[in-house]
Design a protein around this ligand. Structure first.
Ligand code: 4AD
Ligand code: MG
Length: 430
Protein backbone atom coordinates (compact mmCIF):
# COMPACT_ATOMS: atom_id res chain seq x y z
CA UNK A 1 0.00 0.00 0.00
CA UNK A 2 1.46 3.33 -0.89
CA UNK A 3 2.39 5.77 1.84
CA UNK A 4 0.84 9.20 1.27
CA UNK A 5 0.94 12.46 3.20
CA UNK A 6 -2.34 13.82 4.54
CA UNK A 7 -1.71 17.17 2.87
CA UNK A 8 -1.84 15.39 -0.52
CA UNK A 9 -4.86 13.24 0.29
CA UNK A 10 -7.20 14.88 -2.24
CA UNK A 11 -5.26 13.17 -5.05
CA UNK A 12 -6.27 9.77 -3.63
CA UNK A 13 -10.05 9.94 -3.28
CA UNK A 14 -11.60 6.45 -3.10
CA UNK A 15 -8.16 4.80 -3.18
CA UNK A 16 -6.64 2.61 -0.48
CA UNK A 17 -3.59 4.28 1.06
CA UNK A 18 -1.36 4.04 4.13
CA UNK A 19 -0.86 7.01 6.42
CA UNK A 20 2.02 7.16 8.90
CA UNK A 21 1.85 9.42 11.90
CA UNK A 22 0.86 10.05 15.48
CA UNK A 23 -2.47 9.93 17.33
CA UNK A 24 -3.58 13.50 17.98
CA UNK A 25 -6.73 12.41 19.74
CA UNK A 26 -8.86 9.29 20.05
CA UNK A 27 -12.49 8.76 20.90
CA UNK A 28 -14.44 5.53 20.81
CA UNK A 29 -18.01 4.39 20.93
CA UNK A 30 -18.49 0.66 21.48
CA UNK A 31 -18.49 -0.05 17.74
CA UNK A 32 -16.33 2.68 16.21
CA UNK A 33 -12.94 4.26 16.95
CA UNK A 34 -12.38 7.81 15.74
CA UNK A 35 -8.64 8.42 15.45
CA UNK A 36 -7.38 11.94 14.78
CA UNK A 37 -4.12 11.24 13.00
CA UNK A 38 -1.41 13.85 12.39
CA UNK A 39 1.55 13.22 10.13
CA UNK A 40 3.29 16.59 10.19
CA UNK A 41 1.51 17.88 7.11
CA UNK A 42 -2.08 17.93 8.39
CA UNK A 43 -4.59 16.12 10.58
CA UNK A 44 -7.21 13.67 9.34
CA UNK A 45 -9.97 11.69 11.03
CA UNK A 46 -9.67 7.92 10.60
CA UNK A 47 -12.86 6.00 11.25
CA UNK A 48 -12.48 2.36 12.27
CA UNK A 49 -15.70 0.36 12.48
CA UNK A 50 -15.76 -2.93 14.37
CA UNK A 51 -16.79 -4.78 11.23
CA UNK A 52 -14.15 -3.20 8.96
CA UNK A 53 -11.09 -4.75 10.66
CA UNK A 54 -10.23 -7.99 12.44
CA UNK A 55 -11.24 -8.28 16.06
CA UNK A 56 -7.58 -8.30 17.05
CA UNK A 57 -6.96 -4.95 15.34
CA UNK A 58 -10.13 -3.40 16.74
CA UNK A 59 -9.07 -4.47 20.25
CA UNK A 60 -5.47 -3.27 19.79
CA UNK A 61 -6.72 0.24 18.93
CA UNK A 62 -8.13 0.47 22.47
CA UNK A 63 -4.54 0.68 23.76
CA UNK A 64 -3.75 3.78 21.72
CA UNK A 65 -2.85 6.90 23.67
CA UNK A 66 -2.24 10.48 22.58
CA UNK A 67 0.95 10.67 20.45
CA UNK A 68 1.27 6.91 19.93
CA UNK A 69 2.86 6.29 16.54
CA UNK A 70 0.98 4.21 13.98
CA UNK A 71 0.45 3.27 10.37
CA UNK A 72 -3.17 3.30 9.30
CA UNK A 73 -4.36 1.80 6.05
CA UNK A 74 -7.77 2.61 4.64
CA UNK A 75 -9.91 4.09 1.89
CA UNK A 76 -9.96 7.87 1.36
CA UNK A 77 -13.52 9.24 1.39
CA UNK A 78 -14.78 12.72 0.73
CA UNK A 79 -16.21 14.29 3.89
CA UNK A 80 -17.59 17.76 3.52
CA UNK A 81 -18.07 18.20 7.28
CA UNK A 82 -14.36 18.14 8.08
CA UNK A 83 -12.01 21.08 7.53
CA UNK A 84 -9.74 18.85 5.46
CA UNK A 85 -12.61 17.65 3.26
CA UNK A 86 -11.64 13.96 3.57
CA UNK A 87 -11.58 11.15 6.08
CA UNK A 88 -10.05 7.70 6.06
CA UNK A 89 -12.16 4.55 6.45
CA UNK A 90 -9.61 2.33 8.19
CA UNK A 91 -9.08 -1.24 7.12
CA UNK A 92 -5.76 -1.85 8.88
CA UNK A 93 -3.65 -0.57 11.76
CA UNK A 94 -0.03 -1.15 12.72
CA UNK A 95 1.05 0.20 16.09
CA UNK A 96 4.71 1.29 16.17
CA UNK A 97 4.90 2.70 19.69
CA UNK A 98 2.44 3.26 22.50
CA UNK A 99 3.20 6.69 23.88
CA UNK A 100 3.69 7.25 27.60
CA UNK A 101 1.25 9.68 29.17
CA UNK A 102 1.74 12.81 27.09
CA UNK A 103 2.37 15.96 29.13
CA UNK A 104 0.53 18.34 26.78
CA UNK A 105 -3.14 17.42 26.93
CA UNK A 106 -5.98 19.21 25.14
CA UNK A 107 -6.62 21.26 28.33
CA UNK A 108 -5.07 24.71 28.81
CA UNK A 109 -1.45 24.92 29.99
CA UNK A 110 0.56 27.92 31.20
CA UNK A 111 3.17 29.48 28.94
CA UNK A 112 6.12 28.56 31.21
CA UNK A 113 5.09 24.91 31.14
CA UNK A 114 4.67 24.97 27.36
CA UNK A 115 8.02 26.72 26.88
CA UNK A 116 9.72 24.01 28.97
CA UNK A 117 8.11 21.46 26.66
CA UNK A 118 8.81 23.37 23.47
CA UNK A 119 10.22 20.21 21.81
CA UNK A 120 6.76 18.66 22.18
CA UNK A 121 4.68 21.84 21.99
CA UNK A 122 5.69 22.27 18.33
CA UNK A 123 3.50 19.21 17.56
CA UNK A 124 0.30 21.11 18.38
CA UNK A 125 -1.93 22.71 15.76
CA UNK A 126 -1.31 26.33 16.56
CA UNK A 127 2.48 26.09 16.83
CA UNK A 128 2.46 24.07 13.68
CA UNK A 129 0.59 26.77 11.78
CA UNK A 130 2.94 29.50 13.02
CA UNK A 131 6.08 27.59 12.06
CA UNK A 132 4.68 26.80 8.64
CA UNK A 133 4.00 30.50 8.12
CA UNK A 134 7.57 31.22 9.27
CA UNK A 135 8.88 28.80 6.64
CA UNK A 136 6.74 30.50 3.97
CA UNK A 137 8.11 33.92 4.98
CA UNK A 138 11.68 32.61 4.70
CA UNK A 139 10.94 31.09 1.30
CA UNK A 140 9.39 34.37 0.12
CA UNK A 141 12.46 36.31 1.34
CA UNK A 142 14.80 34.06 -0.64
CA UNK A 143 12.60 34.04 -3.73
CA UNK A 144 12.28 37.83 -3.80
CA UNK A 145 16.02 38.38 -3.50
CA UNK A 146 17.06 35.54 -5.81
CA UNK A 147 14.52 36.58 -8.46
CA UNK A 148 15.68 40.21 -8.27
CA UNK A 149 19.33 39.37 -8.90
CA UNK A 150 20.68 39.67 -5.36
CA UNK A 151 23.53 37.22 -4.85
CA UNK A 152 23.56 35.21 -1.63
CA UNK A 153 26.98 35.76 -0.01
CA UNK A 154 27.29 34.39 3.51
CA UNK A 155 28.84 36.33 6.36
CA UNK A 156 30.70 34.81 9.33
CA UNK A 157 29.30 34.11 12.80
CA UNK A 158 32.60 34.51 14.69
CA UNK A 159 33.65 38.14 14.37
CA UNK A 160 36.47 40.27 15.76
CA UNK A 161 34.39 43.38 16.56
CA UNK A 162 30.98 44.94 17.20
CA UNK A 163 28.70 46.05 14.38
CA UNK A 164 25.74 47.34 16.38
CA UNK A 165 27.48 48.68 19.50
CA UNK A 166 29.38 46.89 22.26
CA UNK A 167 26.58 46.61 24.83
CA UNK A 168 24.97 43.49 23.37
CA UNK A 169 28.02 41.45 22.33
CA UNK A 170 28.33 37.78 23.19
CA UNK A 171 31.99 37.10 23.79
CA UNK A 172 33.56 33.71 23.29
CA UNK A 173 37.05 32.26 23.50
CA UNK A 174 38.67 31.82 20.10
CA UNK A 175 41.86 29.85 20.78
CA UNK A 176 44.24 32.46 22.17
CA UNK A 177 42.01 35.36 21.12
CA UNK A 178 38.56 36.70 21.88
CA UNK A 179 35.77 36.52 19.35
CA UNK A 180 32.22 37.78 19.35
CA UNK A 181 29.10 36.19 17.93
CA UNK A 182 27.88 38.32 15.05
CA UNK A 183 25.26 41.01 15.72
CA UNK A 184 24.78 41.63 11.99
CA UNK A 185 26.47 40.60 8.77
CA UNK A 186 26.39 44.14 7.49
CA UNK A 187 30.08 45.03 7.50
CA UNK A 188 30.92 41.90 5.47
CA UNK A 189 27.89 42.56 3.31
CA UNK A 190 29.30 45.94 2.38
CA UNK A 191 32.55 44.30 1.26
CA UNK A 192 30.46 41.77 -0.69
CA UNK A 193 28.43 44.54 -2.34
CA UNK A 194 31.68 46.15 -3.53
CA UNK A 195 32.60 42.76 -5.01
CA UNK A 196 29.23 41.69 -6.48
CA UNK A 197 26.95 44.77 -6.60
CA UNK A 198 23.70 43.40 -5.13
CA UNK A 199 24.05 40.88 -2.33
CA UNK A 200 22.33 39.50 0.72
CA UNK A 201 23.21 37.42 3.72
CA UNK A 202 20.70 35.49 5.79
CA UNK A 203 21.43 33.75 9.02
CA UNK A 204 21.23 33.77 12.78
CA UNK A 205 22.51 36.83 14.63
CA UNK A 206 23.19 37.22 18.34
CA UNK A 207 22.64 39.96 20.86
CA UNK A 208 23.14 39.74 24.60
CA UNK A 209 19.77 41.37 25.33
CA UNK A 210 19.45 41.46 29.09
CA UNK A 211 15.92 42.80 29.13
CA UNK A 212 12.78 40.70 28.95
CA UNK A 213 10.51 42.17 26.30
CA UNK A 214 8.06 40.72 23.83
CA UNK A 215 10.31 41.78 20.91
CA UNK A 216 13.79 40.65 21.91
CA UNK A 217 15.54 37.35 21.47
CA UNK A 218 19.25 36.72 22.08
CA UNK A 219 19.42 34.65 18.88
CA UNK A 220 17.32 35.76 15.92
CA UNK A 221 17.36 35.42 12.17
CA UNK A 222 18.06 38.44 10.03
CA UNK A 223 18.11 38.85 6.25
CA UNK A 224 20.34 41.67 5.10
CA UNK A 225 20.36 42.96 1.51
CA UNK A 226 23.12 45.43 0.55
CA UNK A 227 23.37 47.32 -2.75
CA UNK A 228 26.18 49.34 -4.35
CA UNK A 229 25.13 52.66 -5.93
CA UNK A 230 21.87 52.73 -3.95
CA UNK A 231 20.84 55.75 -1.86
CA UNK A 232 18.26 56.28 0.86
CA UNK A 233 15.18 56.87 -1.32
CA UNK A 234 15.88 53.81 -3.45
CA UNK A 235 16.47 51.82 -0.28
CA UNK A 236 13.05 52.80 1.08
CA UNK A 237 11.46 51.69 -2.21
CA UNK A 238 13.25 48.36 -1.86
CA UNK A 239 12.09 47.74 1.73
CA UNK A 240 8.52 48.51 0.72
CA UNK A 241 8.46 46.23 -2.29
CA UNK A 242 10.17 43.45 -0.29
CA UNK A 243 7.75 43.49 2.65
CA UNK A 244 4.73 43.75 0.36
CA UNK A 245 5.93 40.66 -1.53
CA UNK A 246 6.41 38.67 1.69
CA UNK A 247 2.92 39.46 3.00
CA UNK A 248 1.33 38.73 -0.37
CA UNK A 249 3.00 35.32 -0.52
CA UNK A 250 1.76 34.38 2.94
CA UNK A 251 -1.77 35.45 1.98
CA UNK A 252 -1.54 33.37 -1.20
CA UNK A 253 -0.04 30.19 0.24
CA UNK A 254 -0.88 30.00 3.94
CA UNK A 255 -4.63 30.68 4.24
CA UNK A 256 -5.23 27.42 6.14
CA UNK A 257 -2.61 28.31 8.72
CA UNK A 258 -3.78 31.93 9.05
CA UNK A 259 -7.26 30.61 9.72
CA UNK A 260 -5.95 28.09 12.26
CA UNK A 261 -4.39 30.89 14.31
CA UNK A 262 -7.44 33.14 13.75
CA UNK A 263 -5.45 35.95 12.14
CA UNK A 264 -7.58 38.86 10.90
CA UNK A 265 -6.30 38.88 7.30
CA UNK A 266 -8.14 42.08 6.33
CA UNK A 267 -5.33 43.86 8.23
CA UNK A 268 -2.74 42.16 6.02
CA UNK A 269 -4.61 42.87 2.81
CA UNK A 270 -4.21 46.62 3.47
CA UNK A 271 -0.47 46.49 2.91
CA UNK A 272 -1.02 46.95 -0.84
CA UNK A 273 -1.33 50.71 -0.17
CA UNK A 274 1.84 52.86 -0.23
CA UNK A 275 3.79 52.98 3.05
CA UNK A 276 3.90 56.51 4.51
CA UNK A 277 7.40 58.00 4.90
CA UNK A 278 7.92 60.15 7.98
CA UNK A 279 10.97 62.14 8.81
CA UNK A 280 12.08 61.64 12.46
CA UNK A 281 11.07 65.23 13.33
CA UNK A 282 7.56 64.63 11.96
CA UNK A 283 7.30 61.35 13.89
CA UNK A 284 8.25 63.15 17.13
CA UNK A 285 5.61 65.85 16.45
CA UNK A 286 2.98 63.15 15.94
CA UNK A 287 4.06 61.39 19.14
CA UNK A 288 3.77 64.61 21.13
CA UNK A 289 0.27 65.13 19.73
CA UNK A 290 -0.58 61.59 20.88
CA UNK A 291 0.62 62.33 24.40
CA UNK A 292 4.13 60.82 24.39
CA UNK A 293 6.80 62.59 26.47
CA UNK A 294 9.61 61.69 24.04
CA UNK A 295 12.38 64.27 23.96
CA UNK A 296 13.49 65.42 20.49
CA UNK A 297 16.81 63.67 19.86
CA UNK A 298 15.97 60.49 21.80
CA UNK A 299 15.35 57.08 20.31
CA UNK A 300 11.79 55.77 20.34
CA UNK A 301 10.85 53.39 23.09
CA UNK A 302 8.69 50.36 22.36
CA UNK A 303 5.66 52.29 23.64
CA UNK A 304 6.35 55.17 21.26
CA UNK A 305 6.57 52.78 18.31
CA UNK A 306 3.33 51.12 19.35
CA UNK A 307 1.53 54.44 19.72
CA UNK A 308 2.80 55.75 16.40
CA UNK A 309 2.08 52.65 14.34
CA UNK A 310 -1.46 52.32 15.67
CA UNK A 311 -2.24 55.46 13.61
CA UNK A 312 -1.54 53.61 10.35
CA UNK A 313 -2.86 50.60 8.50
CA UNK A 314 0.35 49.85 6.62
CA UNK A 315 3.95 49.77 7.82
CA UNK A 316 5.58 53.22 8.00
CA UNK A 317 9.10 54.27 7.05
CA UNK A 318 10.56 56.55 9.69
CA UNK A 319 13.72 58.08 8.29
CA UNK A 320 16.61 60.39 9.21
CA UNK A 321 16.94 59.70 12.93
CA UNK A 322 19.45 61.79 14.89
CA UNK A 323 22.97 60.61 14.03
CA UNK A 324 23.90 60.60 17.73
CA UNK A 325 21.61 57.65 18.52
CA UNK A 326 22.61 55.60 15.48
CA UNK A 327 25.51 53.30 14.59
CA UNK A 328 28.97 54.55 13.57
CA UNK A 329 28.66 53.47 9.94
CA UNK A 330 25.72 55.68 8.97
CA UNK A 331 26.15 58.47 6.44
CA UNK A 332 25.11 61.92 7.63
CA UNK A 333 22.28 63.76 5.90
CA UNK A 334 23.86 66.58 3.86
CA UNK A 335 20.64 68.60 4.37
CA UNK A 336 20.73 68.33 8.18
CA UNK A 337 24.10 67.40 9.65
CA UNK A 338 22.73 66.12 12.97
CA UNK A 339 20.69 63.49 11.12
CA UNK A 340 21.63 60.13 9.60
CA UNK A 341 20.45 58.84 6.21
CA UNK A 342 18.73 55.88 7.83
CA UNK A 343 15.30 54.28 7.88
CA UNK A 344 13.37 52.01 10.21
CA UNK A 345 10.25 50.22 9.03
CA UNK A 346 7.65 50.06 11.77
CA UNK A 347 4.89 47.48 11.35
CA UNK A 348 1.24 48.39 12.01
CA UNK A 349 -1.13 47.19 14.75
CA UNK A 350 1.41 48.31 17.33
CA UNK A 351 4.17 45.91 16.24
CA UNK A 352 6.93 48.44 15.71
CA UNK A 353 10.37 48.02 14.16
CA UNK A 354 10.87 45.11 11.80
CA UNK A 355 13.57 46.69 9.58
CA UNK A 356 16.58 48.87 10.32
CA UNK A 357 18.88 50.16 7.60
CA UNK A 358 20.26 53.10 5.73
CA UNK A 359 22.90 54.61 3.51
CA UNK A 360 26.47 53.91 4.63
CA UNK A 361 29.24 56.39 5.27
CA UNK A 362 31.36 56.19 2.12
CA UNK A 363 34.02 58.81 2.95
CA UNK A 364 37.24 57.42 4.42
CA UNK A 365 38.17 60.30 6.76
CA UNK A 366 34.64 60.72 8.14
CA UNK A 367 34.30 57.00 8.75
CA UNK A 368 37.68 56.79 10.46
CA UNK A 369 36.69 59.65 12.78
CA UNK A 370 33.42 57.82 13.58
CA UNK A 371 35.30 54.60 14.39
CA UNK A 372 37.39 56.53 16.92
CA UNK A 373 34.44 58.52 18.28
CA UNK A 374 32.62 55.24 19.02
CA UNK A 375 35.70 53.81 20.76
CA UNK A 376 36.07 50.96 18.26
CA UNK A 377 39.52 49.38 17.83
CA UNK A 378 40.91 50.56 14.49
CA UNK A 379 42.91 47.32 13.96
CA UNK A 380 39.73 45.26 13.79
CA UNK A 381 38.10 47.82 11.46
CA UNK A 382 40.99 48.29 9.05
CA UNK A 383 39.62 45.84 6.53
CA UNK A 384 36.25 47.66 6.63
CA UNK A 385 37.97 51.01 6.10
CA UNK A 386 39.62 49.50 3.01
CA UNK A 387 36.22 49.63 1.30
CA UNK A 388 36.56 53.46 1.42
CA UNK A 389 40.17 53.27 0.24
CA UNK A 390 39.59 51.25 -2.90
CA UNK A 391 36.77 52.49 -5.11
CA UNK A 392 34.28 53.83 -2.58
CA UNK A 393 30.73 54.30 -3.89
CA UNK A 394 27.40 55.31 -2.34
CA UNK A 395 25.69 52.20 -1.01
CA UNK A 396 22.85 51.20 1.27
CA UNK A 397 21.24 48.19 2.86
CA UNK A 398 18.96 46.99 5.58
CA UNK A 399 18.23 44.14 7.95
CA UNK A 400 14.82 42.57 8.45
CA UNK A 401 14.24 40.56 11.61
CA UNK A 402 12.43 37.33 10.76
CA UNK A 403 10.86 36.73 14.18
CA UNK A 404 9.36 40.20 14.49
CA UNK A 405 8.02 39.88 10.96
CA UNK A 406 6.46 36.50 11.82
CA UNK A 407 4.96 37.97 15.02
CA UNK A 408 3.35 40.78 13.05
CA UNK A 409 2.08 38.68 10.14
CA UNK A 410 0.68 36.06 12.55
CA UNK A 411 -0.64 38.69 14.96
CA UNK A 412 1.22 37.21 17.96
CA UNK A 413 1.78 39.13 21.19
CA UNK A 414 5.34 37.79 21.76
CA UNK A 415 8.27 36.66 19.56
CA UNK A 416 8.82 33.48 21.61
CA UNK A 417 6.40 31.47 19.46
CA UNK A 418 7.87 32.64 16.14
CA UNK A 419 11.03 30.49 16.22
CA UNK A 420 11.26 26.76 16.96
CA UNK A 421 13.60 27.11 19.97
CA UNK A 422 13.60 30.67 21.29
CA UNK A 423 16.70 31.92 23.09
CA UNK A 424 16.05 34.58 25.69
CA UNK A 425 17.60 35.90 28.90
CA UNK A 426 16.62 32.88 30.97
CA UNK A 427 15.85 30.43 28.21
CA UNK A 428 18.47 28.03 26.86
CA UNK A 429 16.65 24.66 27.28
CA UNK A 430 15.28 22.85 25.34
O1 4AD B 1 18.06 47.70 13.52
P1 4AD B 1 19.10 46.63 13.60
O2 4AD B 1 19.93 46.59 14.82
O3 4AD B 1 19.98 46.82 12.30
C1 4AD B 1 21.13 46.15 12.00
O4 4AD B 1 21.59 45.23 12.61
C2 4AD B 1 21.75 46.60 10.70
N1 4AD B 1 23.19 46.33 10.76
C3 4AD B 1 21.11 45.86 9.56
C4 4AD B 1 21.61 46.29 8.21
O5 4AD B 1 21.48 47.44 7.86
N2 4AD B 1 22.17 45.38 7.44
O6 4AD B 1 18.43 45.21 13.42
C5 4AD B 1 17.67 44.93 12.27
C6 4AD B 1 16.40 44.19 12.62
C7 4AD B 1 15.46 44.97 13.55
O7 4AD B 1 14.68 45.88 12.82
C8 4AD B 1 14.63 43.86 14.14
O8 4AD B 1 13.62 43.43 13.24
C9 4AD B 1 15.65 42.74 14.28
O9 4AD B 1 16.69 43.02 13.37
N3 4AD B 1 16.18 42.66 15.64
C10 4AD B 1 15.78 41.76 16.57
N4 4AD B 1 14.86 40.79 16.52
C11 4AD B 1 14.69 40.02 17.62
N5 4AD B 1 15.40 40.16 18.75
C12 4AD B 1 16.35 41.13 18.84
N6 4AD B 1 17.07 41.26 19.94
C13 4AD B 1 16.56 41.98 17.71
N7 4AD B 1 17.41 43.01 17.44
C14 4AD B 1 17.16 43.41 16.19
MG1 MG C 1 17.19 49.08 14.76
Amino acid sequence: MSHVYIEKISAHEDQTVTLKGWIYNIRSSGKIHFLQLRDGTAIIQCVMGKNDVSEEIFESAKRLTQESSVEVTGVVRKDTRSALGYELHATGLKILHISEEYPITPKEHGTAFLMDHRHLWIRSRRQHAILRIRAEIIRAIRDYLDDNDFLLVDSPIFTPAACEGTSTLFETAYFSQKAYLTQSGQLYNEANAMAFGKVYCFGPTFRAEKSKTRRHLTEFWMVEPEVAFLELDGLMDLTESFVRYIVTRVLQNRQTELKEIERDTTQLEKITQPFPRLDYGEAVRQLHALGSDIVYGDDFGADDETMLTKQYETPILVNRYPAAIKAFYMKGDPAATDRALCVDMLAPEGYGEIIGGGQRQDDFATLLAAVHAHGLPQESMDWYLDLRRYGSVPHAGFGLGVERTVAWICGLPHVRETIPYPRMLEKLVP
